[in-house]
Design a binder for this molecule. Structure first.
Ligand SMILES: O=C(O)CCC(=O)C(=O)O
Length: 275
């Protein structure tokens, strides 16, 4: 049934966000930006419940915290929820969010790389320092992730933190998420300013593929529920996957598309095109 509130939600996911030019400048200088009032509390409550239902339906990580690796302690990770549920697909395919991604990167249009829910459970551990593009066999740095908390996210829950201007430094780019990445990148970034501020409901961040980021542990009594979408320039190409994680990503998220061709497998629809 299409109700008034359903219509309002769909309109909100579709309509443009008034992205200030200062936000674009800030993103390009610092490799990330935080934007308030991007999605309404009502919309986040609705999709938050749905996403949470699917995260727990699909989650396979059930062993006790003390038996998990550092990576496993960081979050429950459930990917490509858009393929599981049509309402979640509407959320993931939001033209409003995809347009912000394109405008921040200065590209004509963006495709989906994949979505993922990242739920840091109560007593969940840190997310070690890393840069995402280590995992992605893609031909340029025109990649970006929107990080959408589904509740207010105070410091105790582990809000995403960013090393400002770290997107252009060639350090630690060969490190996967691990205890080593946490130690070595923290050391290499000692002189960088880090933004580790809380997120209010409706606030989201966008960070570039090479921006170093981490999150603290969740010492609160509630799960830190977060949905993310990774976008890439619609014309980005597939590159030779040169580490094990890139090989796995190439097979899973790019359906093993031929190296050198546009990253446009059936899993990578265009979500915004200004033309
Ligand atoms: O949510 C987290 O703790 C980590 C998120 C992250 O690394 C990402 O979205 O790229």
């Amino acid at each position: 049934m299409i109700t008034n509130s359903t219509e309002n939600r769909l309109a909100q996911l579709d309509e443009p966000y008034a992205l200030p030019s200062e936000a674009i400048t800030f993103y390009r200088e610092n490799g990330y930006v935080k934007l308030k009032h991007v999605l309404s509390p009502d919309l986040l409550a609705y999709y938050g419940d749905l996403i949470t239902e699917w995260v727990f339906k699909l989650n396979t990580l059930t062993k006790p915290m003390e038996e998990r690796t550092t990576y496993e302690r960081a979050f429950l990770q459930v990917m490509n929820l858009w393929r599981e549920n049509d309402a979640i697909k509407t959320f993931v395919f939001s033209r409003r969010l995809a347009r912000i991604a394109a405008e921040l990167m200065g590209v004509e249009g963006v495709r989906l790389y994949h979505d993922q829910a990242l739920y840091k459970e109560p007593s969940g551990g840190i997310t070690p320092w890393h840069a995402d593009q280590y995992y992605w066999p893609l031909s340029s740095d025109k990649t970006i992730t929107v990080w959408i908390p589904l509740q207010d996210t105070p410091y105790e829950m582990g809000p995403l933190a960013f090393a400002e201007r770290s997107q252009t430094v060639n350090i630690g780019r060969d490190l996967k998420i691990s205890d080593e990445s946490e130690q070595q990148i923290a050391e290499a970034l000692k002189t960088f300013a880090v933004n580790e501020t809380p997120f209010e409901l409706g606030e989201v961040s966008f960070h570039a593929g090479w921006t170093f980021h981490r999150a603290g542990a969740n010492s609160s009594s509630q799960a830190r529920r977060v949905m993310t979408m990774i976008y890439m320039d619609k014309d980005i190409r597939v590159t030779e996957p040169d580490n094990d994680n890139r090989i796995a990503d190439w097979k899973t998220w790019l359906q093993s598309k031929t190296v050198g061709t546009t990253a446009d497998s059936a899993l990578n629809p265009i979500l915004y095109d200004a033309r």
